[in-house]
Ligand binder design. Structure first.
Ligand SMILES: Cc1ncc(C[n+]2csc(CCOP(=O)(O)OP(=O)(O)O)c2C)c(N)n1
Ligand SMILES: [Mg+2]
Length: 328
């Protein structure tokens, strides 16, 4: 295992770095508990875990201002928590409880919190990309200074809306950061098999948009990449495309045994575990000791466990509200 960084390449304080470590640890522990709860049939439907991709959410979130927006796909539990939605509100949402972030009506793929400017949680591959551009349009139209971070998987870049949204964001100078969470697979389909152009940043070039490749398994690289893009959006009202290289350690969803990749590949990727990397960095930089980081992780394990226990006790939405929010 490589040694950690000895200097902090960002302007983040030690307290903020520890906040990022805690955020990543909490996401990991909540996802582990969610996976176990699913296997125990405490809830059903779809469930896509974020394990392995935690630094993408944490690196982004630390670079954001409270007024900035985030919108994502269905692998969004971790991103929701990175914007301050509690572990309990996420867990309760998975279980369909009234106390869930979306009142128990959305479930795993549809976590929302408009107050925290977390705009979901979308199940149609690529469907949120034009919505993210639309949020950028609204920000600009109202002459506000916020930025929208719009996430999508590598599988969605072949959808027409990806190309339409990027083109519009560029011609209209929208303050949007388009973040492709490139975890190498769209369900079981290997990116290398379906991409004629393997350098995804070249797709943005055709829309005259700045683009960069970012190591999503390194919190510091992620933070720096996103911060630069956010600054460009806020100061110049220009969009950016980021090809973030990451990896999911679990299957696509809970029903995926992952037979399309070798054990060796997964093990090799686990050697780049973003949380272990952050741990090594923080120790090498003298920000915290191994024991202090273990204590933070222990706190996160408890918070995740308590979140599930509370969610299990919480009530389901009242039957009288069955038709609420239904248009027809
Ligand atoms: C329009 C559309 N087509 C197909 C699906 C089924 N589907 C759900 S997830 C997925 C793969 C998407 O992979 P990617 O965008 O790489 O995201 P990841 O799951 O890797 O995070 C597909 C094909 C869908 N939800 N929407
Ligand atoms: Mg993918």
């Amino acid at each position: 295992m490589s040694e950690g960084r000895t200097t902090n390449p960002t302007e983040l304080s030690n307290a903020q770095l520890l906040e990022a470590f805690e955020m990543m640890s909490l996401i990991r522990r909540v996802e582990e508990i969610a996976g176990r709860a699913y296997q125990m049939q405490k809830f059903s439907g779809f469930c896509h875990l974020y394990i392995g991709q935690e630094a993408v959410a944490a690196g982004s979130s630390l670079a954001m201002e409270p007024g900035d927006y985030m919108i994502s796909a269905y692998r969004e539990h971790g991103q929701a928590m990175s914007r301050g939605i509690s572990a309990h509100a996420v867990m309760a949402e998975l279980l369909g409880k009234r106390t869930g972030a979306t009142g128990g009506r959305g479930g795993s793929m549809h976590i929302f919190d408009a107050e925290k400017r977390f705009m979901g949680g979308w199940g149609i591959v690529g469907g949120q990309i034009p919505l993210g551009a639309g949020i950028g349009f609204a920000i600009k139209y109202r002459q506000e200074k916020d930025v929208c971070l719009c996430y999508f998987g590598d599988g969605s870049i072949h959808q027409g809306v990806f190309h339409e949204a990027l083109n519009m964001a560029s011609i209209w100078d929208l303050p949007v950061v388009f973040i492709c969470e490139n975890n190498k697979y769209a369900m079981g389909t290997d990116m290398d098999r379906i991409n004629a152009q393997k350098d995804l940043t070249k797709k943005a070039v055709s829309y005259a948009m700045d683009a960069a490749t970012v190591n999503g398994q390194d919190f510091f690289d992620m933070y720096t990449g996103v911060k630069g893009a956010i600054d460009r959006a806020r100061d110049q009202s220009r969009p950016t495309f980021l090809d973030v290289r990451t990896y999911r350690f679990r299957g696509h969803s809970m029903s995926d045994p992952g037979n399309y990749r070798t054990k060796e590949e997964v093990e090799e990727e686990k050697g780049r575990d973003p949380i272990l990397k952050m741990r090594r960095d923080l120790i090498a930089m003298g920000v915290a000791t191994d024991e202090e980081l273990t204590a933070i992780d222990k706190k996160c394990r408890k918070e995740a466990k308590d979140a599930l226990a509370q969610a299990e006790k919480d009530p389901f939405p009242d039957i009288s509200t069955l038709k609420d929010f239904v248009y027809v």
